[in-house]
Design a protein around this ligand. Structure first.
Ligand SMILES: *[C@@H]1O[C@H](CO)[C@@H](O)[C@H](O)[C@H]1NC(C)=O
Ligand SMILES: *[C@@H]1O[C@H](CO)[C@@H](O)[C@H](O)[C@H]1NC(C)=O
Length: 368
């Protein structure tokens, strides 16, 4: 009687061993899959869990923005709780330029009637230390229509030294300091309006009129811009907030492109990211960009991949949306739905639609 029981015990403990071994093998497999997953998709995973590790910045206080065609400036100023000035303020538009030639063309034409001086600073390296031409200087003929209004400066960049890990934002900071002296050279005075924005962040003309003609505006306001990706065919949201308008004060006003105050004027213009005509400009921007570490694979720069992504409204860096709640991440996952509207866009763009097809609905194919 004892023997069969023993036998049974032996065999059952033997199969227990086998089951245990299987467990370990499965566990090891799972762990290595996770490790591989983290290596290849780590950034995606950590972005998905962003709501757990990151808090959203404090929200802005939005200033309601009133505008319709053919409403008088006096009425518009009063709707905002401001009053009409007897003389318009002068406007200075200060931008750090990289390579967005078409966006600069639209910006200068669109804002020219309102702007006293365009202050354009460019460097001979990118933020990430890659040498680059002075694209504005070498295309001066294209911008000859605004020559009288343009104050241009260059800034010596710094080459990335192999092995050194200099923070690209340090150079960005020095570049912005160079901008401060260029602004003073442009002849700005206390009480003038100073706009601080990237080339592709274009305030609307009616926003500039508000700044010119209304007394009582806040001394510093962020401008809430409608954000587009690749062209005005792909509106993303109203998340663009970095552009600002300042009533210039020589003692306090410093060029910055970060949060400077709590108030933001709603719906004040357009921000078109990666809105390039040529494929090489995408590749250049992807590698020259402050977040160039996002180019994780060489294949990310393949022209056919980039072209497919632009037409689908997908993400060039294969990243998840940078949002702070799971609800927002899931809402924004996947492609940007295309829009068929070309209404309320810069007038110069519509007047020259034949030259800017790539920025308008149905124009996603790019030139080489
Ligand atoms: C604009 O307003 C003026 C008078 O205030 C009026 O004569 C004109 O018809 C209006 N134009 C449009 C397009 O509504
Ligand atoms: C950038 O310009 C500065 C000053 O003109 C020069 O000394 C430097 O060598 C240039 N750098 C590159 C990468 O061309």
């Amino acid at each position: 009687m004892a023997a069969p029981i023993n036998k049974n015990r032996v065999s059952s403990s033997g199969s227990k061993h086998k089951v245990k071994r299987l467990h370990w093998v499965l566990l090891a497999l799972l762990v290595s899959l996770c490790v591989l997953g983290i290596i290849f998709h780590g950034r995606k995973i950590s972005y998905f869990f962003r709501p757990l590790w990151d808090n959203p910045p404090a929200p802005f206080t939005r200033i309601p923005h009133y505008y319709a065609e053919n409403v008088s400036m006096d009425q518009i100023c009063h709707l905002h709780g401001w009053s009409l000035r007897s003389q318009p303020r002068r406007i200075f538009d200060a931008i750090i330029f990289s390579n967005e030639l078409d966006m600069l063309d639209i910006r200068l034409h669109e804002l020219q009637p309102y702007v006293t001086k365009f202050i354009i600073l460019e460097s001979n390296t990118t933020f990430t230390g890659i040498p680059k031409p002075h694209y504005f200087e070498s295309n001066r003929d294209r911008f000859a229509f605004a020559r009288e209004q343009t104050v241009h400066g260059t800034f010596p960049g710094k080459l990335a030294v192999q092995g050194s890990n200099e923070d690209p934002f340090v150079l960005e900071g020095r570049q912005r300091a160079a901008m401060n002296s260029l602004i003073r050279r442009a002849g700005i005075s206390n009480g003038d309006i100073l706009l601080m924005a990237d080339t592709d962040e274009i305030p609307s003309p009616h926003t500039l009129k508000l700044l010119q003609w209304c007394d009582g505006i806040p001394p510093v306001m962020h401008l809430e811009l409608k954000h587009y990706m690749y062209s005005y065919e792909f509106p993303v949201d109203y998340s663009s907030w970095r552009a600002t308008a300042h009533v210039y004060n020589g003692q306090h006003t410093q060029y910055r492109h970060s949060r400077q105050t709590e108030v933001m004027l709603a719906d004040a213009g357009w921000h078109c990211s990666f809105c390039f005509r040529h494929m090489w400009e995408f590749v250049f921007k992807m590698t020259a960009y402050s977040h160039a570490d996002r180019v994780r694979y060489k294949s990310f720069l393949s022209h056919s991949r980039i072209q497919d992504i632009i037409c689908r409204g997908d993400d060039l860096f294969d990243m998840l949306p940078e949002e702070y709640t799971f609800k927002d991440i899931i809402k924004k996952m996947g492609s940007i739905p295309p829009s068929a509207s070309a209404v309320h866009l810069p007038a110069y763009l519509i007047q020259n639609a034949h030259r800017f097809k790539f920025l308008l609905p149905g124009g996603c194919l790019r030139e080489m």
